[in-house]
Design a protein around this ligand. Structure first.
Ligand code: GSH
Length: 221
């Protein structure tokens, strides 16, 4: 089988979801850098792969697709040797899907609303409303892992957790923020990290790069 071609950047949490999924599945892949800051996502070569010009996107043989969580579901469905990553039990799958949609629409969104105005010059640094929203969202996540399980109540990591662990690593990379007091979420995070092959390369380092970028923008060392 030819390697999966991933297009993205390490600092992007959605791109890290796809890399972590490939690692969990033991898939061969190439990571092709698409530098958003240099406008590479708007070049014809990339638009031919993903006309919506966001990252990540993948090419698997003749098949091209974007949207990180849809990519993760596709890879797990096509290449998973069992259903641990994307459980087939209808209720468990519904909860895993809920965690992924929640990440896209709520957690990753709340992180973006918090960080992006300062990083991309579209407004002032986050205020109290964004801070409070992120704390509220983290409180919901905390509730889902309070029994020492993964996010869908399973004993092994499914896609929902891979999705949520990506922005969580970003928050960790920004480290100086006083956003959460929860030991429970940190315990979930630390328990999951060693279960993800090459964790540092495929998620941890990207969070640190993001953190460095954010801090440079808001003038924090
Ligand atoms: N829902 C998409 C969001 C991807 C996304 O937000 N990508 C950002 C970088 S983190 C991007 O490519 N922005 C540039 C653009 O949309 O043109 C996914 O999960 O794949």
């Amino acid at each position: 089988m030819a390697p999966i071609e991933i297009y993205g950047m390490q600092l992007s949490a959605p791109c890290r979801i796809v890399e972590m999924t490939c690692e969990m599945l033991g898939l061969e892949y190439n990571f092709n850098q698409v530098d958003l800051m240099a406008g590479e996502h708007m070049k014809p070569e990339y638009l031919a792969i993903n006309p919506q010009h966001n990252i990540p996107a993948i090419v698997d043989g003749e098949f091209k697709i974007n949207e990180s969580r849809a990519i993760a579901g596709y890879l797990a469905h096509k290449y998973g040797k069992d259903d641990t990553l994307y459980p087939k039990d209808p209720e468990t799958r519904a909860i895993v899907d809920q965690r992924m949609y929640f990440d896209m629409g709520v957690f990753y969104k709340a992180c973006g609303d918090f960080f992006y105005p300062a990083m991309f010059g579209k407004g002032n640094p986050a205020g109290e409303a964004e801070h409070n929203r992120l704390k509220e969202v983290l409180g919901w996540l905390d509730g889902w892992v309070s029994g020492g399980k993964y996010m869908a109540g399973t004993d092994s990591i499914p896609l929902g957790d891979l999705s949520l662990v990506a922005p969580y690593a970003t928050l960790k990379g920004v480290e100086f923020l006083d956003l959460w007091e929860s030991k429970t979420l940190d315990a979930w995070f630390e328990k999951g990290k060693p279960k993800i092959p090459n964790y540092g390369k495929v998620n941890g380092e990207g969070g640190v790069i993001f953190g460095g970028f954010y801090k440079s923008k808001v003038g924090v060392k």
